[in-house]
Design a protein around this ligand. Structure first.
Ligand code: BTN
Length: 306
């Protein structure tokens, strides 16, 4: 009903009478009025007069009914613990691939390597539930397809020269704009789901607590639409969601990788490795050339550019 009312209001710059709305939606004018009140409570600026209703402004919030064509798979919460937890519950209950859980802010946002992810209001925080038809050994390719899609989205929409730091951070001028976390469940050789959580600093300012972080607001000097960013990212990523090893993802990803060719330090839970990053293998592993001339592959860790 909300989506129908909004479609009608958006189609007219002028006032739409209660009568037209109630005829079109086959419901009473009182019911229309109640729905309008709900929309106003959700942040829609709707003028209401004796003549009818006029939409003045929509909030920049990715409510399901704003994400046309994917309404049934969008779960938006103004505030939650972590989108990873809710996405995991939905995945275990059998939700379809490309289900997306979005939070306005997170109270317990999680980062890689057991870190916290600052999740103040103004950022984009979401987790996609995916069910790709690939072997668990290739699961990292989903993250590569996601970081490739995000870097392209940001370049296309805002003309910002974002780059990717292995494995999947987006950097602009060496500062972190976005991070990615994945959780996988498999049964033998079959992936039941891979959840990809993405945090993008959009209109929030993480730099006070994280000096090495940046945001779109800082880079562009203006507010950025979270709804538009998420919509374009999902459109860009969806073709990869079934089989992220198709479409030459790795080859494309390498074009935006700022890590390759650089001296790096990788820290894992067990060790620190220094070397030159020379390539990324088909499972997403970073291939390092060490000082003694040998090569070593690392599949997981934090990467610091030296
Ligand atoms: C990192 O760079 O350490 C990964 C950060 C991932 C943050 C996102 S925000 C949405 C999703 N929910 C979380 O709790 N974490 C991920």
């Amino acid at each position: 009903m909300k989506s129908h009312i909004l479609t009608l209001l958006k189609s007219q710059e002028d006032v739409v009478s209660g009568e037209i709305l109630s005829d079109a939606l086959k419901t009473s004018r009182v019911s229309i009025w109640k729905h309008i009140r709900k929309l106003q409570d959700l942040g829609y600026q709707i003028d209401s007069s004796a003549k009818g209703y006029r939409l003045i402004n929509s909030p920049d919030i990715p409510y399901p009914w704003e994400m046309i064509g994917r309404e049934d798979r969008i779960h938006y919460y103004p505030e939650m613990s972590s989108t990873m937890d809710t996405a995991c519950e939905l995945a275990r209950k059998g939700c379809p691939s490309m289900t997306v859980v979005i939070a306005g802010r997170q109270l317990n946002g999680r980062g890689r390597m057991d870190r916290k992810w600052l999740s103040d209001i103004g950022g984009l925080y979401f987790t996609m539930v995916l069910r790709p038809a690939i072997s668990p050994a290739l699961s990292a390719m989903v993250n590569f397809a996601a970081s490739l899609s995000l870097v392209r989205t940001i370049r296309d929409l805002y003309d910002i020269k974002a780059q990717i730091r292995w494995p999947n951070d987006l950097l602009v001028n060496g500062k972190k704009l976005s991070g990615m976390l994945s959780e996988i469940e498999a049964s033998g050789d079959i992936i039941t789901h891979i959840n990809i959580g993405i945090g993008v600093n959009v209109n929030n300012d993480p730099s006070k607590r994280e000096p090495n972080a940046t945001s779109l607001k800082f880079l562009r000097g203006q507010e950025t639409s979270i709804k538009q960013l998420l919509t374009r990212f999902l459109e860009m990523f969806e073709p990869f969601s079934q089989n992220p090893t198709d479409h030459g993802v790795l080859k494309q990803w390498k074009k935006y990788a700022v890590t390759l060719g650089r001296d790096v330090k990788i820290t894992t839970i067990h060790e620190e490795i220094e070397g030159r990053a020379v390539d990324v293998g088909e499972h997403g592993e970073l291939i390092l050339k060490l000082a003694d001339g040998s090569t070593k592959s690392v599949i997981y860790g934090d990467c610091f550019h030296q």
